[in-house]
Design a protein around this ligand. Structure first.
Ligand code: MLT
Length: 388
């Protein structure tokens, strides 16, 4: 047999965290175990019916059967701009400051290709969504880690980066509400970040996929563009996936600095051919009419959060009550590693949780729960873990 060694960029990669979890899960399921998955952040509730109906109607239109525009329908980009205006009070030009994405993961993965040259420095804040360092590595960039620590409320210490490093840094990835720690960032953090980035000409990549998963209206997360001067340096990635239960649809957007949006668009022109227009039209329906549904989903997650946090406290597992996102970031019981703990939980209880170290070294000693099952299943999962 002829051997085809993979390129170095792939050979150096660990298995993709959630693909690996799926593999182990399938093995345990094959033993006949009733699996409860609190692993990947994939909403269990269906997409609202009116969005599905919008897709069905749009799919019947022959004009939607051909290649879509690379950057997305102007009507979709206008709906994004209007949504940003209503939700965050942020003005965006749909023609130059918005690009559609095949889900925010796709955009995040492609963006560094537009701006990172081999050996450029990129700042990443672990524990983090695995795509940031992987995409940086694909461009030959060098990652500097700014760890998110509990004692700093999971905000990176921007002063730990020297002036010389800021001068070298091509971009910094930030993500609030944060996956996996569920932390939120105050306005003062963004203000400091934007100041540093403008001074050092560093691109700020804000992953804002979870801004609509908040629990109290007084804690509504910010868009980075609510901060003065952000448009000089930032691009923000957002998604319809988590807000409207549309993970399978693959639709998201990048917004902000027109130059950065254009650079991403140029990469995308060369690697994909846009999003099925019927999906974009369904996306417009979601953005225009989805808020009452998002409100309902928030109430569901709030009940799950309160049940889970109370159950974890009863079993002595430390976990902060999150203000946003549908994740719980929990301490592994003393004396165990993240990997050993989640493997034991999966093999002995059938409950899937995510090991904190899978999001980077500072995640060691933690595990993540995604609140993606109804309350009764969540109670069942936690009572199985309590019995361990
Ligand atoms: C996660 O579980 O971290 C996310 O769902 C992954 C993703 O959004 O791609």
């Amino acid at each position: 047999m002829i051997e085809f060694p993979m390129a170095d960029r792939l050979a150096a990669l660990p298995p993709y965290l959630f693909a690996e979890i799926d593999r182990v899960k399938a093995q345990v399921r094959a033993r006949g175990v009733d699996i409860i998955s609190l692993g990947i952040g994939d909403p269990d509730m269906p997409t609202p019916e009116f969005i599905v109906e919008a897709l069905a109607a749009s799919a019947k239109k022959p004009e939607n059967h051909q290649y879509p525009d690379y950057v997305g329908l102007l009507s979709f980009r206008t709906a994004v701009a209007d949504w940003y205006k209503t939700r965050f009070g942020v003005a965006l030009d749909p023609a130059t400051e918005v690009v559609s994405l095949i889900g925010s993961k796709e955009g995040i993965a492609h963006f560094p290709l537009a701006y990172v040259n081999p050996s450029d420095l990129v700042l990443v804040c672990p524990p983090n969504y695995p795509v940031y360092p992987v995409a940086t590595g694909f461009c030959g960039g060098t990652v500097k880690n700014l760890p998110l620590l509990e004692e700093n409320d999971y905000l990176p210490d921007l002063d730990a980066v020297t002036d010389a490093e800021w001068a070298r840094a091509k971009m910094i990835f930030v993500n609030y509400p944060n996956n996996p720690t569920a932390a939120t960032a105050p306005r003062s953090f963004y203000e400091k970040l934007i100041k540093k980035a403008r001074e050092s000409k560093t691109i700020v990549v804000s992953d804002a996929a979870y801004t609509e998963m908040y629990y109290d209206p007084t804690d509504k997360p910010l868009s980075i563009f609510e901060i003065e001067g952000a448009k000089d340096v930032a691009i923000e990635f957002h998604s319809l996936s988590k807000t409207y239960n549309m993970t399978g649809w693959r639709i998201g957007m990048a917004v902000g600095n027109a130059q950065l949006v254009k650079g991403l668009g140029k990469i995308k022109e060369n690697v994909d051919s846009g999003i099925f227009q019927a999906v974009q039209e369904a996306g417009i329906a979601a953005l225009v009419h989805g808020e009452p549904y998002a409100e309902k989903f928030r109430a569901v997650y709030k009940e799950r959060r309160d049940v889970a946090v109370a159950a974890l406290a009863r079993m002595g597992i430390a976990c902060r009550t999150p203000k946003a996102s549908f994740y719980l970031w929990c301490k592994v019981p003393a004396g165990q590693t993240s990997a050993a703990f989640v493997t034991k939980v999966l093999e002995q209880t059938g409950v899937v949780v995510t090991p904190g170290n899978g999001f980077g070294a500072p995640g060691e000693g933690y595990f993540r729960i995604a609140m993606t099952v109804p309350v009764a299943r969540m109670e069942e999962a936690l009572s199985r873990i309590a019995k361990l």
